[in-house]
Design a protein around this ligand. Structure first.
Ligand SMILES: *Cc1c(COP(=O)(O)O)cnc(C)c1O
Length: 383
C-alpha cells in the first residue's frame, strides 16, 4: 500500500493547476506584486463569502491576531483570556502587544475553551477573550458572547483552523467583534505561502488594521501609527481568489471523511472519536481522536505507541499539541504549574490527529483503520 501522509497538498494543486498557473502568470506579467486590485478583490470576495462587511488581508494568521489586538488598543497591563490548547500563535500575539495571556482549561469533548470556567478568569484587567475554533470545531458562540457581553469584553475569534465553519447558521469570524483567519498552506482555505485576514463589522477597527498592516500609513508617506509590514502579495491573493470558489466543496469533502472515520472507528476500544456538536458546522481542519488507555509496562504512552506503529505501517499522524501553552518554556514567568489545567494537559497526552485533507480517498481511509484494528488486536487490546 502507498504511504498515507497526514496532509498532502499536491493533490489539491493538481486538481486546479491550470487555473492557478494562469492566474500566477498574469500577476508575474502585471509587474504589480504587492497589494493592488487583486488583494482588494479577494478582500471583497472573502467578506461576501462570510457575510461580513469589512475584510483586511494581511501576511499571516499570526499577524491578523496581532493587528486585531493592536486595533483594539490592547497592550501592557491588559489581560486576554484564551485557551492553552492551541497553536502558540494565539497567545504569542497577546504577548507581542505586551498584554498577558490568561489560560482557561478546555472542555474534554470539544477541545475548546471550557465556558463554565470563563467568568472565573475575568479580572479588572481583562479586556478580551480569544476563543479558538480548534480543528474546525466551533466554540458555542451564543454562550461565549453572552459571557463576554456580561463582562464588557471584546471577542476576537481565532478562525485559523475553521474557515467556512458556522455557529447557529452564522459563519465563524463574524460573530465576535473581530475574526482572524490564516491561509497557511495546511488550513482549509490555503495560500501557497503565508497569508491571513482580519474580519470585522466595525469600520473604525478595519480602518486601523488597514493602516497598521502597512507601516501605520494613512496615505503616501504620512504615518499615523507604529505599524508593521504585513501586506498581502498579489500572487497569494490571486491564488486565494481561485481557491475560495472551491472552499465549500473541500469542506464538504472533509465532512465526509470525518463521518467515514466516525463509522470506521466505532469498534475500536479505548479510542474517543471527535463529534460534531449541535448548533455548529464543523469543517474538520483536523480529525483528532483520543487514545485513552495507558500501555502496560511501557515507557511510552499508548498514544505514542499507536502513533509509532502506524508510522511503521506507512500512516503519518500528528500530535496537535504535545505541550499546552501554559507549560511552555516561553510562559514559565506566568507561573502556571503542571496539573493546573488538567483537561488540556490530558489532551496533550492523548490526542492523535489522523490524516485529513479533502483528497484523502475512502479506500485509503478504510485500509488505515484496518491497520489500527490489527494493531489493537496484536496488542491484545481487542474487546
Ligand atoms: C495556524 C494558526 C495560527 C497562525 O496562523 P499563521 O498564518 O500560521 O500565522 C493561529 N492560530 C491557530 C489556531 C492556528 O492554527
Amino acid at each position: 500500500m502507498k504511504n498515507i501522509p497526514s496532509v498532502d497538498l499536491s493533490g489539491q494543486y493538481l486538481s486546479i493547476a491550470a487555473e492557478l498557473e494562469a492566474a500566477v502568470k498574469e500577476v508575474l506579467a502585471s509587474g504589480r506584486y504587492i497589494g493592488g486590485p487583486l488583494v482588494s478583490e479577494f478582500e471583497a470576495q472573502f467578506a461576501a463569502y462570510l457575510g461580513a462587511t469589512e475584510c483586511v488581508a494581511c501576511n499571516s494568521g499570526t499577524d491578523a491576531l496581532y493587528l486585531a489586538l493592536r486595533a483594539l488598543q490592547i497592550g501592557p497591563s491588559d489581560e486576554v483570556i484564551t485557551t492553552p490548547f492551541t497553536f502558540i500563535a494565539t497567545a504569542e500575539a497577546i504577548s507581542a502587544v505586551g498584554a498577558t495571556p490568561v489560560f482557561v482549561d478546555i472542555d474534554p469533548q470539544t477541545f475548546n475553551l471550557d465556558l463554565e470556567q470563563l467568568s472565573g478568569a475575568v479580572t479588572g484587567q481583562t479586556r478580551a477573550i480569544i476563543p479558538v475554533h480548534l480543528f474546525g470545531q466551533p466554540v458555542d458562540m451564543t454562550r461565549l458572547m453572552a459571557i463576554a457581553n456580561s463582562h464588557g469584553l471584546a471577542v476576537i475569534e481565532d478562525c485559523a483552523q475553521a474557515t467556512g465553519g458556522e455557529w447557529a447558521g452564522q459563519k465563524l469570524g463574524t460573530i465576535g467583534l473581530v475574526g482572524c483567519f490564516s491561509f497557511y498552506p495546511t488550513k482549509n482555505l490555503a495560500a501557497c505561502g503565508d497569508a491571513g485576514a482580519v474580519i470585522t463589522r466595525d469600520r473604525a477597527i478595519a480602518s486601523t488594521v488597514w493602516q497598521l498592516r502597512d507601516h501605520g500609513r494613512r496615505q503616501g508617506y504620512e504615518h499615523e501609527h507604529t505599524g508593521i509590514n504585513s501586506r498581502l502579495d498579489a500572487i497569494q491573493a490571486a491564488i486565494l481568489k481561485i481557491k475560495l470558489k472551491y472552499l465549500d466543496t473541500w469542506n464538504e469533502q472533509r465532512r465526509q471523511i470525518a463521518s467515514r472515520y466516525h463509522l470506521l472507528l466505532q469498534t475500536l476500544p479505548d479510542i474517543i472519536r471527535p463529534q460534531e456538536y449541535e448548533g455548529g458546522l464543523t469543517v474538520w481542519n483536523q480529525y483528532t481522536i483520543r487514545v485513552t488507555s495507558q500501555a502496560k509496562n511501557s515507557p511510552i504512552s499508548q498514544r505514542d505507541w499507536v502513533r509509532s506503529q502506524l508510522r511503521q505501517h506507512g500512516v503519518s499522524t500528528m500530535v496537535y499539541y504535545p505541550l499546552p501553552l501554559h507549560l511552555q518554556p516561553v510562559y514559565k514567568h506566568l507561573g502556571y504549574q503542571p496539573g493546573q489545567l488538567p483537561v488540556a494537559e490530558q489532551a496533550c497526552r492523548e490526542v492523535l490527529s489522523l490524516p485529513m485533507f479533502p483528497e484523502l480517498d475512502s479506500q485509503q481511509q478504510a485500509i488505515m483503520v484496518d491497520r489500527l484494528l490489527d494493531l489493537y488486536c496484536e496488542g491484545s487490546l481487542c474487546p
